[in-house]
Design a protein around this ligand. Structure first.
Ligand SMILES: Cc1cc2nc3c(=O)[nH]c(=O)nc-3n(C[C@H](O)[C@H](O)[C@H](O)COP(=O)(O)O)c2cc1C
Length: 197
């Protein structure tokens, strides 16, 4: 059975439209019975960004080749997942800092990637990364959209074979029918689930 890791970075929790869409996708995934699912709600995880002693400890452990230290558990879990679903709202042209903090913790030389004289190479066994997001304004195909773009780059960096983004946008534009925009997103997820899950 494939391993699926669900990473919830929807800061507004039950109020979050992104979470509503991601929950819809996860329900389809659960119903398929095809995956062994692990979930991380980042808001409840003891995550730290890299600085000070926490940064220095990482440098020390990596220089000693100690990649079994518990602080690298997130990176091992990510690297060993076949499918990864990440849900995060569009914030400040990208995504919340909490998700970046998680990414700092999983980007570990020798676990999710390795570097040699030719550059960096992915080490993740991931087959697919699915990113679910919602945006207040319109950004598709503009240089200002750096949430999905970053996630796609991260997939390449970690060696994940396929990237897919589900998004709704324009949700905070006055006069837009929010419910209709969300329903379109849920319909798109349903179509994907019917074909690919
Ligand atoms: C801190 C913060 C930053 C945001 N930054 C942007 C932004 O740069 N561009 C945009 O269009 N909307 C922005 N928004 C609006 C959100 O993208 C939009 O409301 C989204 O649907 C929120 O998702 P959620 O309902 O899952 O929390 C921001 C909202 C917050 C709270």
């Amino acid at each position: 059975m494939e391993k699926l890791l669900y990473i919830d970075s929807c800061i507004r929790r039950e109020e979050s439209r992104t979470k509503r869409a991601a929950d819809h996708l996860m329900k389809k995934i659960e119903e398929s019975g095809k995956y062994e699912i692990e979930s991380l709600c980042l808001m409840d995880e003891p995550l730290h960004y890299l600085s000070g002693d926490f940064f220095l400890q990482r440098e020390y452990l990596l220089s000693e080749g100690q990649r079994k230290h518990r602080r690298f558990d997130y990176a091992h879990q990510f690297a060993q997942s076949d499918v990864i679903v990440i849900a995060a709202p569009f914030w400040d042209l990208g995504f919340p800092a909490l998700l970046k903090t998680y990414i700092e913790n999983i980007s570990v030389d020798g676990i999710t990637f390795y570097a040699d004289i030719e550059g960096c190479h992915g080490m993740s066994q991931g087959r697919q990364l699915i990113f679910v997001t919602t945006r207040g304004g319109y950004y598709e195909n503009t240089p200002l959209e750096m949430g999905s773009l970053y996630m796609e780059a991260l997939s390449v960096f970690f060696g994940i074979d396929e990237y897919k983004c589900f998004f709704a946008e324009g949700l905070d534009i006055e006069g837009n029918d929010q419910e209709m925009l969300m329903q379109n997103l849920l319909d798109e997820i349903d179509k994907f689930a019917a074909d690919r899950i």
